[in-house]
Design a protein around this ligand. Sequence first.
Ligand SMILES: N[C@@H](CCC(=O)N[C@@H](CS)C(=O)NCC(=O)O)C(=O)O
Length: 206
Amino acid sequence: MIKLYGFTISNYFNMVKMALIEKGIDYEFVETQPSQDQDYLAKSPMGKVPCIETDQGFISEANVILEYLDDLGTGPALMPVDPFERARVRELMKEIELYIELPARTCFAEAFFGGSVSDEVKDTARANLTKGVACLKRNGKFAPYVAGDTLTCADIVFLYSVSLAGACAKRVLGMDLTAELPEAKKLAELLNSRESAKQVAADQKA
Ligand SMILES: N[C@@H](CCC(=O)N[C@@H](CS)C(=O)NCC(=O)O)C(=O)O
């Protein structure tokens, strides 16, 4: 059985958890904090969560894990079959992580952990987030899912990245991240109404 390492507050962890639930794959939860200990680095080479343990070994990086789970072939597909459409889903996942999640993360210390970040960092984050959201508006289909008419891995990344980045942007930058992207609000509602997302949210709350 797959073991899922991480903790329920982690948005990246929750992406993998939602995918496991969507696909109906049994897993064992191993509560784990990120760590630079040699033991954990042997599992997750950057010491980050999530990672999963399979019969063949460990895999880290959330969107790689999402695709691996889909490749197992159990449950509903979360990636298109067509190579071009698959690439489009990967493109969206990468854009969301690089241009929305990561700029927002530069302000997480102030948003969520009682720290503070400089005005310079905030200005850079604001500029990068504005570009990242414009990219998502330009490239997302929202029909109603981010890559088209079917739920894909990109929706899972979207749900847990854009919501957290939005909360961070509001708190630290006074910015409504999706003000220009009402489609994103609708999609988040749609995704949050799925049983998988409800379960993830309930576990997070607990
Ligand atoms: N690119 C990684 C990012 C994972 C990540 O940043 N996880 C956070 C927890 S939400 C973490 O482990 N942070 C500790 C660290 O960066 O050392 C992925 O896709 O899984």
